[in-house]
Design a protein around this ligand. Structure first.
Ligand SMILES: Cc1ncc(COP(=O)(O)O)c(C=O)c1O
Length: 400
């Protein structure tokens, strides 16, 4: 199926060109599949496969009941929500955050859309690491700006601050970094983030314009083995930290999150006003129910030890079968190497057996495939023998 084949529709052409590489991801994601089939094993995306947490539903039910006539009216962000977020996020990240520096959004992607609207001029360049999250490019293109890719290391997806430095030109306005990283599960360590901060500080001075760092921290609370999240906002003042409840509460269609500025953000008083105006203009304000529930939502997370156990089971089993894969430090995903270079062919073979995964081509890393650990334990048990058959089938075919 070609979603953008509308020869007679200018809008289809426009959609295809402005989506960039996300168009091919959408083509893949929107293939007809029977995900409701009892044997389907859905490893495609960070989507819930079990009922939402009862505490989450209770919080939303309480928040839906108005306490005044203006409850569902237009208005500024709800103060107790920004206060609760500033205190909880500040504590997690080791920063003293001011509630006025918290902008409530409809998730991390909504925060990115807001920042594109607020910061980026047509013709600007935005540097992003590859593999990127699928929709960064489309968002940069939507702002009439140019995406510039910097590869993460081949071996372990490390940041390369020197390569970032080389990618910066007088047109650079922003750099997007994603930690913990999707799809590799890396949490960027302090030394790499400090080096990146130094590079951005020097480059901003060199080109005579402030380069903003957009730190996509959507997986900041899905951390394994007692690890800590480190935000680059501790080392580089001009950082926007993008957060989301989509992963933490595994209810991504119920849109909510926030973007925070550290106290060292240059010009943050003016930026508060710029962001408020941009959030109204770009429609990124979360609805009343999500704002009112936020102080309670901040205290909740899904069962992370359960995801960690699933990670351990799959990593151990897949290594035993002969797959090469790192054990993720955080996030929802495994990103093993495929036994053949064409990951799409490999994922199609799995999909014919109702094991749904994403090929590395969707992440600009052919030769890999991504499996989401949000699949249920029953799906994992059904999928493991098929994954074993897959590696034997393709390794044998390669050997002949
Ligand atoms: C790295 C990354 N950033 C942003 C998002 C979007 O998150 P949200 O649902 O908060 O918009 C995702 C979702 O998968 C993601 O993986």
């Amino acid at each position: 199926m070609d979603l953008f084949a509308g020869k007679h529709l200018d809008v289809a052409r426009h959609a295809a060109s402005s989506l960039g590489s996300a168009a091919s991801v959408l083509r893949f994601l929107m293939q007809p599949r029977d995900l409701a089939h009892p044997d389907a094993c859905d490893f495609l995306a960070g989507n819930p496969q079990e009922m939402a947490m009862p505490e989450y539903i209770d919080a939303l039910q309480r928040a839906v009941v108005p306490d005044s006539p203006s409850y569902y009216g237009y208005g500024p962000p709800w103060g107790p929500a920004t206060t609760a977020v500033a205190s909880a996020l500040g504590e997690r990240l080791g920063l003293e955050l001011d509630p006025q520096d918290i902008v409530l959004t409809r998730g991390a992607s909504s925060g990115l859309a807001l920042l594109m609207h607020a910061l980026i001029d047509p013709g600007d360049q935005v540097v992003m690491m590859s593999p990127p999250w699928f929709f960064y490019e489309a968002m940069v293109l939507a702002a009439s700006a140019e995406p510039v890719r910097v590869p993460l290391s081949e071996a372990d997806f490390s940041l390369d601050p020197d390569a970032v430095e080389q990618a910066i030109t007088p047109r650079t306005r922003a750099v997007i970094v994603n930690t913990p990283h999707n799809p590799s599960g890396r949490i960027y360590p302090e030394d790499q983030l400090r080096n990146l901060a130094l590079v951005l500080e020097k480059a901003s001075a060199r080109i005579g314009r402030r380069i903003y760092l957009l730190s996509d921290e959507a997986y900041a609370r899905i951390l394994f083995d007692g690890r800590q999240m480190i935000t680059p906002g501790r080392f580089y003042g001009a950082t926007f930290m993008l957060h989301s409840y989509s992963k933490t509460l595994l209810a991504p269609s119920q849109r909510a999150g926030y973007t925070a500025m550290p106290p060292s953000m240059p010009g943050r008083e003016q930026l508060r006003f710029v962001l408020m105006a941009a959030s109204l203009a770009s429609g990124t304000v979360p609805d009343t129910v999500m704002q009112r529930a936020m102080p309670e939502l901040e205290k909740l997370t899904i069962d992370i030890p359960a995801i960690e156990r699933r990670r351990d089971r799959m990593v151990a089993e897949m290594r035993r079968m002969g797959y090469s894969l790192a054990s993720p430090e955080a996030g929802f995903y495994l990103f093993p190497r495929t036994p053949i270079s064409d990951a799409t062919e490999f994922c199609d073979w799995l999909a014919e057996r109702r094991i749904y995964t994403l090929p590395g081509e969707a992440f600009e890393r052919p030769g890999h495939f991504r499996l989401s650990l949000t699949a249920s334990d029953a799906m994992v048990e059904r999928a493991l023998p098929v994954l074993e058959e897959a590696i034997h089938t393709f390794s044998a075919a390669r050997a002949t």
